[in-house]
Design a binder for this molecule. Structure first.
Ligand SMILES: [Zn+2]
Length: 156
């Protein structure tokens, strides 16, 4: 396994080694005005692959989320969900305004911009050490910038 394969689990922080082990999930609920809203879009270990031995592993606890705001879990296997269909689906979430847009944009970058998932924790440090000079919107760096970061963290 290359150092830069896989995704980081939003619950336990460990690596999700392969798509089969990944699960994308979020919560939908009705706000006080009765409007359908979404929250907490995240990428986690599918329960059978989770290093956490608790009942729900890294996935949401449906009872707990329901008690919070009558939220209901929505989820998709990462295995069924890579490639163009995943990008189209995430774009449809934006179009329908089903989730906070920053959450969806971050997920699009994590799943579709090569190297982003592994580079994203090192942006500030790489910039302060002169690894690349940002000339884009913060967090929306060029592929050459991301590649420079990956090279930089490989040496760490
Ligand atoms: Zn996990």
């Amino acid at each position: 396994m290359s150092k830069f394969e896989g995704w980081f689990c939003d619950t336990c922080g460990d690596i999700i080694k392969k798509a089969e082990d990944g699960w994308m999930e979020w919560i939908e609920f009705e706000d006080i005005k009765g409007k359908q809203k979404g929250r907490n879009l995240r990428l986690v270990h599918h329960k059978p692959a989770s290093p956490k031995k608790s009942e729900h592993g890294c996935q949401f606890n449906g009872d707990y989320e329901f008690r919070k705001d009558r939220g209901v879990i929505h989820d998709l296997s990462l295995r069924d969900f890579l490639g163009p269909n995943s990008l189209m689906f995430l774009l449809s979430l934006v179009a329908e305004n089903r989730l906070p847009i920053q959450e969806v944009l971050e997920m699009i970058k994590r799943l579709h911009i090569p190297g982003y998932e592994h580079a994203r924790f090192h942006f500030d440090r790489a910039i302060s050490e002169g690894v690349f000079e940002p000339n884009t919107l913060k967090g929306y760096y060029w592929q050459s910038d991301i590649n420079a970061i990956l090279k930089y963290i490989e040496k760490m």
